[in-house]
Design a protein around this ligand. Structure first.
Ligand code: NAG
Ligand code: NAG
Ligand code: NAG
Ligand code: NAG
Length: 213
């Protein structure tokens, strides 16, 4: 009896939740559980609608523009911070790069190829690809945004499960800039790169439970 009631509550919750998606922000839908205000979505999945632009707030207080959302795979893509020409500094450098709270339902997915620029020599001890034919060299040479980073020591790596999924770190004396490409195929031409940092979220537990049945 208790279990049945519990089930019904869960189904009801899921149903109500579906009705509680937030209104569009600019041209983007805001699917449940993402929440732009207290009256819709699930507050654990807080994002921001600032002047018609959807934004993700890092644990350090930096706003990243949300480029796209795929609710079916629980993923969204944020725009990498700009690299401020003529320097090789990411705009979130003073905050240490992208940091997600450990308790956040979001993490950095394993489909991101991250490139770090203007790194100090100590990076060479790491297992990253810092060779002269690393794809980060292409970005330095071909992207206008990367021109401030030209001929610095740069490295690339797939943000897979062996690397922390809650931060991309930059700092003075380490690497001072980064970018990321989602689902980079080895033979993809440079101008087809899909710049972004893909985040995924853990589905709300009741939603997950409901879908699981
Ligand atoms: C809000 O967006 C409009 C159109 O994109 C832009 O012209 C305006 O400067 C923005 N305002 C602020 C405060 O960012
Ligand atoms: C680094 O990346 C390049 C380009 O993808 C590849 O050809 C090379 O084998 C990689 N080197 C190492 C040490 O992984
Ligand atoms: C590279 O980083 C160092 C500090 O680690 C900084 O002093 C230097 O200005 C940076 N280079 C560029 C081109 O931004
Ligand atoms: C990131 O979050 C997803 C969804 O909760 C989870 O399945 C995945 O294992 C997490 N990835 C890492 C590397 O922790």
């Amino acid at each position: 009896m208790v279990i049945t009631f519990f089930h019904i509550s869960l189904i009801f919750l899921s149903f109500v939740s579906a009705l509680e998606a937030c209104p569009k922000c600019g041209s983007l839908d805001v699917p449940y559980p993402l929440s732009t205000n207290d009256n819709c979505g699930d507050p654990k999945y807080k994002i921001y609608c600032n002047n018609g632009s959807l934004e993700f707030l890092s644990a350090q207080g930096f706003y990243y523009k949300i480029l796209s959302i795929d609710p079916r795979s629980y993923k969204l893509i944020i725009r990498p911070p700009s690299i401020q020409n003529p320097t090789c500094y990411s705009s979130d450098l003073s905050l240490g790069g992208l940091l997600l709270d450990d308790n956040s339902p979001f993490n950095i997915s394993t489909r991101n190829t991250v490139m770090l620029f203007n790194c100090s020599d100590t990076i060479l001890l790491s297992p990253l690809n810092c060779s002269s034919n690393s794809i980060c060299k292409l970005f330095e040479e071909k992207a206008v945004e990367g021109s401030g980073c030209r001929s610095t020591l740069c490295c690339s790596f797939l943000k897979d499960a062996s690397i922390t999924s809650h931060r991309i770190r930059v700092r003075m004396g380490g690497c001072t800039a980064y970018t990321s490409v989602v689902e980079l195929r080895p033979d993809a031409p440079f101008d087809s790169w899909n710049y972004g940092i893909e985040l995924q979220w853990a589905p709300p537990s009741h939603d997950f439970y409901f879908r699981g049945h």
